[in-house]
Design a protein around this ligand. Structure first.
Ligand SMILES: *[C@@H]1O[C@H](CO)[C@@H](O)[C@H](O)[C@H]1NC(C)=O
Length: 118
């Protein structure tokens, strides 16, 4: 019985943690750059093994998160393309059953990709 309780508690904590600030739905809150970097890097690696785009993560400059019908990250990061060029892009990540990621890079059309959870 105790075991079940612990499992339920851990699951609840995990969900609360994943959803973020449930007390303030819709609020934009700070996202640690290392957390943003970890999620973004996983997503970039996943896309690079698929049909692209092929970016490597330079560094995350700033990040925030917001809960709107799912968890959304907004990240400004330096991305390194296949030619070794660094560009500073605004990236939007939306987490649902999968991940939808949009790249807004200077002088380029927005690119939106979806992939399975990482
Ligand atoms: C991103 O992932 C690559 C490949 O797994 C790894 O080599 C690199 O150190 C990671 N970079 C960051 C900033 O986490």
């Amino acid at each position: 019985m105790m075991k079940l309780f612990v499992i339920v508690l851990l699951a609840t904590l995990a969900i609360a943690n994943a959803v973020g600030d449930t007390h303030c739905p819709g609020c934009v809150t700070n996202l640690k750059t290392e957390d943003a970097a970890a999620s973004l890097n996983k997503s970039l690696n996943k896309l690079a093994t698929g049909d692209g785009p092929h970016y490597r993560l330079g560094k995350v400059n700033s990040a925030s998160k917001q809960v709107i019908r799912g968890l959304q990250y907004r990240i400004n990061a330096d991305l390194i393309d296949e030619n070794g060029q660094t560009k500073t892009c605004d990236i939007n990540m939306v987490f649902f059953q999968g991940v939808e990621i949009t790249f807004k890079c200077p002088g380029e059309d927005d690119v939106t990709k979806t992939h399975e959870p990482v």
